[in-house]
Write a protein that binds this ligand. Structure first.
Ligand SMILES: [Fe+2]
Length: 309
């Protein structure tokens, strides 16, 4: 399983990260920052936090820990993420060192105190084993594909299928592997009646309707195998991913929405926003709102009402 923090696990988790040295921010303090309130039962989606052991580290002009802290402050101040908070990989800065995860765990602590369910996925800059020993000792593997952290998350309007695309030894590209693809196919087949949203860290090498494939060399190596699993099952409505540090929404020919979550840390293209996304599933689709860390960014507050195929 990804690291998942249910109510019963919070006390144990907090014991695990005791001494991490992160500042505690109360929800009352977060509320003092102001901001509008989220709809009831929203998901807060964060990606590519890139947290280093060094709390002051900057990259490409961005302060990663400060940005993650601001995103978390806003999630709490808007009362967002009450259905859950998902961090879609690259939690760690570069190599997934234990001290990176200690710092990361301290930064997300306000979400735990704010009683948010947390789900953390693995990206190419994470280290699954170090992560498990550092952050997730309280959460045993519940029997997904061997060596992978996957999850099936049922919710009111959608079933989330969280995948682990970290490929050991690959610094950039990702791979799910046959066993994980089979797990996904069989999990989807057991739940055919509710819309399904699939999420993993890496982007796909699939040409969307707008005809552009973004950097195929750094994409999911088994994109086409995943695509086959998704397109042949009509309950699959969307694929959410991160990795590119871009905010973008596209669609496959079959009508599967492709949602590229922005990085909360830094961007490679100066025109791109850093931020997080608030997602509110409906019976027939999902509403998305981009929350930029720079409220002056032209995309801040951008809303998309996606309709299921
Ligand atoms: Fe990243």
């Amino acid at each position: 399983m990804p690291l998942e923090l249910g109510v019963l696990n919070r006390r144990r988790f907090l014991a695990e990260i005791a001494g991490a040295g992160a500042a505690w921010m109360s929800q009352e303090a977060a509320m003092a920052t102001g901001g509008t309130m989220a709809p009831e039962g929203t998901w807060a989606l964060i990606s590519d936090t890139h947290i280093s052991a060094n709390p002051g580290e900057h990259h490409r002009g961005a302060w990663m820990a400060g940005n993650a802290g601001r995103a978390i402050t806003e999630i709490l101040s808007r009362d967002a993420g009450t259905a859950g908070v998902i961090v879609n990989g690259d939690c760690a800065r570069l190599h997934g060192h234990a001290d990176d995860y200690h710092h990361f765990a301290g930064l997300i602590e306000p979400l735990i105190h704010g009683r948010r369910e947390l789900h953390l996925l693995m990206g190419n800059h994470d280290n699954r084993e170090v992560f498990a020993h550092t952050c997730a000792r309280a959460f045993p593997d519940r029997g997904g594909p061997t060596g992978r952290r996957t999850a099936f998350l049922p919710s009111e309007h959608v079933n989330w299928f969280l995948l682990d695309s970290l490929e050991d030894g690959s610094p950039i590209a990702g791979r799910l592997g046959r066993e994980q693809l089979d797990w996904l196919a069989s999990a989807l087949d057991r739940h055919p009646d509710k819309p399904a949203v699939v999420m993993a860290h890496h982007h796909l090498k699939i040409r969307p309707e707008n005809g552009r494939v973004f950097k195929p060399m750094s994409a999911l190596r088994d994109s086409f195998e995943l695509y086959e699993v998704m397109k042949s099952r009509p309950q699959v409505k969307a694929y959410f991913y991160g990795h590119t540090h871009r905010w973008e929404i596209a669609r496959t020919r079959e009508g599967i929405h492709l949602v590229n979550l922005p990085s909360s840390a830094y961007v490679f293209d100066a025109s791109q926003p850093a931020g997080w996304v608030e997602a509110t599933p409906r019976e027939d689709g999902i509403d998305l709102e981009l929350r930029c860390l720079t409220p002056l960014h032209c995309a801040h507050g951008e809303r998309h009402r996606l309709q299921w195929r």
